[in-house]
Each structure stands twice: as structure tokens, then as C-alpha cells.
Design a binder for this molecule. Structure first.
Ligand SMILES: NC(=O)C1=CN([C@@H]2O[C@H](COP(=O)(O)OP(=O)(O)OC[C@H]3O[C@@H](n4cnc5c(N)ncnc54)[C@H](OP(=O)(O)O)[C@@H]3O)[C@@H](O)[C@H]2O)C=CC1
Ligand SMILES: O=C(O)CCC(=O)C(=O)O
Length: 465
């Protein structure tokens, strides 16, 4: 068991009270954290505001060097961190190792950007005048992060915020404090000055809400449910603060007759069942043209039977998953594999058919290992079904037809299109985000695009006589 405290102005503080248990083994207590109130948020923001100017004045390569050193520290602890992440969140060890690797690479990517210029030099219409732009830090950024990628998501928000000279207050998910603590420890040990990174543990409705309402927060980046995200959007836009939201998905796959059924089943199973279906990018509905439907469904059922998943993250999430499957059954679904019979917190990969496009399991996000397969008569009908959703995060198409693939890439109303690849899994160097109710649809995360959210542009005219 580990006490994981708040970090305020470089001090570890708070009274540990909230217990996190291993979802695969509830007897194993993983971490205990404080349940902070708004006064702790106030102290964290004061520390961040005080530290920010000196951090912004630190040369960008020196800021980047701290991220690079933190990456090396995490690399040296890779096995321990992955093992804690697996115990705490429930990912398989292989998935946890992959996530820690991703966090290390994110730190390296943004750390190295400390050496890259971020403005532009442009010609001026005035004689003897040079024009250039500077990217200025916003000041204090608040980050509210979820449990499903407890080290990688905080890393891909923190690294661009820090390298551009912002101070940060993070509210990590209550379910996964220990995984995030490894990232905090690495940054502190790498030499991040006191107050530049502050961490407040506690309930989202208390700590997250207090962060959103505080005038000192110039920007807030959030990943989590659409309901909470839209509430935060209202609070922040009222005071014209910058907000970045990465929210839910109801990600669809379209399988065309010319696809290889086994390859299509592997792509769909990876998207639907990896991470126990607990990814905003997870595949949860599949549309299949008539010639391939039967062969695809048989192959998917086989993939599902042999798929190895970790436990569902919490009893609450398990209840949501089971209720979703039961509702589908009541709406006429045939359960091709899996079903709503958990063993402890483990659920089997579940494949459903016999539903209509209006069924709740086809329209609403579950965030579990549940995928519905529906028939469509043509590519055009499939594309229309893919786009008929309040969400627009990722979508995929399995085909060997280049024309169909290009048409789909151009017309799918989503932030990320995958052709013959799982909807989950993103490269860290390319922009990520969605449209519609999946995103604030303003600033993208990841890649160099991530720097835009944490900076504002200033134009300088430099004339001489
Ligand atoms: N897009 C994604 O990647 C994710 C989507 N989800 C979706 O959300 C559902 C519920 O999961 P859950 O973890 O409860 O997601 P939430 O949206 O509730 O949580 C995400 C983060 O927001 C915080 N939070 C909660 N309420 C507020 C609030 N009122 N103001 C500010 N911050 C808040 C949470 O804190 P706390 O830890 O206290 O809850 C957590 O740090 C899932 O079933 C899934 O559909 C969940 C996780 C990730
Ligand atoms: O699919 C991925 O790799 C990332 C998913 C993600 O960002 C999320 O679930 O929040």
C-alpha cells in the first residue's frame, strides 16, 4: 500500500483517506489519497501562479531537458511502473507496459521540442522592418485526467504545457492515483522547480469544479465523459478561458464485401476488446455489407472467445457494462459471444447482433468490451450509419478498394479515420481529437499541434532607422 499525497509548491501534503484497490484482487490495497477541498485547490493555484514567471523565463531547451531527464527516470523504472499501473487500473501487463512506453516517448518528443523555434519570421510591407511571431505561455493551466490512460494522458497534456512555460495544477482520476504519482515523481526528481507542477487529489465534483471556476486558470484540458466535459465547457466559456475537451465516442467500423473476414475480425476485436473496451477510441458498432456478414461474424466470435482482457476498472463501470448488455437483450439482441455474467470484476468480450440502428447500445457509449454488429445493404448506407451519431471521434473501414477508402476518409465525420487498422491506438506525433460531442472541436492534442493550446501568438514589428 502506498500513500499518494498532494503536491503543492513542492511539498507533499494532505491526509490520505481514499482507498484504491486492485480491480482484479480487491484484497490488494494499491494506494490511499487525500480527499481535498476547494482550499487545497486555492493553495495549488497560488503556488502555480507564483512559480510561473520564473519557469517561463527559463530557456525553453532547459525546460525540455527536464522532460528528457524525467523520461530517462521513467525508463529506468519501466517494469515497476507498468506493474503498478496494471494493479491499479486493471490493464494487462502488456497493455500497461505499452502505456508506460508511450508516456516516456511523449516526454521525449516534447522535451526535444524545447530546442525548436515556435514562432515565424514573415516579410513586412514596411521598409526596414522585420516581423516575427512569438508563442507566449498562457500562465496557469489546469488538467483534469481520467483513469483509463492514467499515465499517458497526463503525460500528453503536461509535457506540451510545461515545455511552453506554463505552470500546471493536475487533478488526476481518483481511481488511478499511483500510476500518475510515478510521472510526478520523475518530473520532480528531474529537477522541475517547486510550484511548476501541483497535484490535487479529490473528487472531480469538488476539486475539478473549483479549478474550472477559478479566474487564475487560463486554460483547462479535460479528458473524460461527455456530460462532465460539456459542464466544464459552460463554466469556462462564461469567463472566456481556453478549454480543450476530449470526451466520449461511439466509434464505428464499416466492413465491405471485398475485405478479408479474418483480418477484419482481428481489427475489430483489437479496437473493441483491447483495454477491456475502456478507450474513448474503442470500436463499439460495426456495419457489414451482405456478402461478408456471416463469415465476418463467425471470425469475430472466434476472436472474442480467445481474447485476453483485464478486469473492468470499477464496480460502477461493471454495472454500466452489464446494464448495457441487459438493455440490448431486452431490445432483441442475440448474444453471439460473451454476455452479462461477470466473474468478480471480469467480463467476457461481448458480441451482439439482431439490433437496429436505434437500439440504445448502438447509440450510447458503454465504455466496456461490447460491440454490436449490424447489416447494411451498401457502402453508401454504411457511411450514412457511421455518421448518424452524436459522437465523432474515430471510425474505420475494412476494404481493399482504394476508391472506397479515400471516399470514406473524406466523408466520415470524425477526427481520426483508420483504414484496415483498429480504431484504438494513436501515434504520439500526430494531432488527435474529435468532432461533434466527442470534443471541444477547437485545439487538438498530441504532436506539435498540442503546443497551440498552451500558447498564444504575439506579433512583433522590429524596425530600424
Ligand atoms: N474519453 C475518455 O477517455 C473517457 C471517458 N470516460 C467516460 O466517462 C464515464 C464515467 O467515467 P468517469 O471516470 O466517471 O468519467 P468522468 O468524466 O466523471 O471523470 C473524468 C475526470 O473528470 C473528473 N470529474 C468528475 N466530475 C467532475 C466535475 N463535475 N467537474 C470537474 N471534473 C470532474 C473525474 O474525477 P473523479 O476521479 O473524482 O471521478 C476525473 O478526473 C465512462 O463510462 C466513460 O463513458 C471515462 C474515462 C475516460
Ligand atoms: O486509443 C488510444 O490510444 C487513445 C485513447 C484515448 O485517448 C482515450 O481513451 O482517452
Amino acid at each position: 500500500m502506498t500513500d499518494v499525497l498532494n503536491l503543492i509548491g513542492g511539498e507533499r501534503v494532505g491526509d490520505p483517506q481514499v482507498t484504491r484497490r486492485n480491480p482484479a484482487d480487491p484484497g490488494d490495497v494499491v494506494a490511499v489519497t487525500p480527499s481535498s477541498d476547494a482550499s487545497v485547490v486555492d493553495a495549488a493555484l497560488a503556488a502555480a501562479a507564483e512559480a510561473q514567471a520564473a519557469w517561463a523565463a527559463t530557456p525553453a531547451p532547459a525546460r525540455g531537458a527536464i522532460l528528457l531527464d524525467a523520461a530517462d527516470l521513467l525508463r529506468s523504472r519501466h517494469s515497476e511502473v507498468a506493474s503498478d499501473l496494471s494493479r491499479e487500473e486493471g490493464k494487462t501487463l502488456a497493455e500497461a507496459e505499452g502505456e508506460v512506453r508511450r508516456a516516456i516517448d511523449v516526454l521525449r518528443f516534447f522535451g526535444s521540442l524545447g530546442w525548436r523555434g515556435s514562432g515565424e519570421v514573415l516579410p513586412s510591407g514596411l521598409p526596414g522592418t522585420m516581423v516575427f511571431t512569438r508563442r507566449e505561455p498562457l500562465g496557469v493551466a489546469a488538467l483534469i485526467t481520467p483513469w483509463n490512460f492514467p499515465i499517458a494522458i497526463p503525460a500528453w497534456k503536461l509535457a506540451p504545457a510545461l515545455v511552453t512555460g506554463n505552470a500546471v495544477v493536475v487533478k488526476p482520476a481518483e481511481l488511478t492515483p499511483l500510476s500518475f504519482a510515478h510521472l510526478t515523481d520523475a518530473l520532480v526528481e528531474a529537477g522541475l522547480p517547486a510550484g511548476v507542477l501541483n497535484v490535487v487529489h479529490g473528487k472531480g465534483s469538488v476539486v475539478g469544479d473549483a479549478l474550472a471556476r477559478d479566474e487564475r486558470v487560463a486554460a483547462l484540458s479535460f479528458t473524460g465523459s461527455t456530460g462532465v466535459g460539456l459542464g466544464l465547457h459552460r463554466i469556462l466559456s462564461d469567463r472566456r478561458a481556453r478549454v480543450q475537451l476530449e470526451m466520449g465516442g461511439k466509434n464505428a467500423y464499416l466492413i465491405l464485401d471485398d475485405a478479408d473476414p479474418l483480418a477484419a475480425a482481428k481489427v475489430v476485436a483489437a479496437g473493441a476488446f483491447s483495454l477491456t473496451g475502456q478507450a474513448c477510441t474503442a470500436t463499439s458498432r460495426v456495419y457489414c455489407t451482405p456478402g461478408l456478414r456471416e463469415a465476418f461474424l463467425d471470425a469475430l466470435a472466434e476472436e472474442a472467445e480467445s481474447y485476453v482482457m483485464g478486469p473492468v476498472v470499477s464496480e460502477q463501470q461493471l454495472a454500466v457494462d452489464v446494464a448495457g448488455i441487459e438493455t440490448a437483450r431486452a431490445e432483441g439482441a442475440t448474444i453471439v459471444s460473451g454476455g452479462a455474467a461477470p466473474s468478480g470484476q471480469f467480463l467476457r468480450p461481448t458480441v451482439l447482433t439482431g439490433l437496429t440502428h436505434e437500439s440504445s447500445v448502438v447509440r450510447d457509449e458503454i465504455f466496456g468490451p461490447v460491440v454490436a454488429v449490424l447489416g447494411v445493404d451498401s457502402y453508401e448506407e454504411g457511411l450514412a450509419r457511421v455518421n448518424d451519431s452524436r459522437y465523432g471521434l474515430t471510425a474505420g473501414i475494412c476494404t481493399r478498394d482504394l476508391t472506397a477508402a479515400h471516399h470514406f476518409a473524406a466523408h466520415a465525420q470524425v477526427g481520426v479515420v483508420k483504414v484496415n487498422r483498429p480504431t484504438t491506438g494513436l501515434d504520439l506525433n500526430v494531432p488527435f481529437g474529435g468532432v461533434k460531442d466527442s470534443s471541444s472541436n477547437t485545439f487538438r492534442e498530441q504532436g506539435t499541434a498540442a503546443l497551440d493550446f498552451y500558447t498564444w501568438s504575439k506579433t512583433v514589428y522590429l524596425g530600424h532607422d
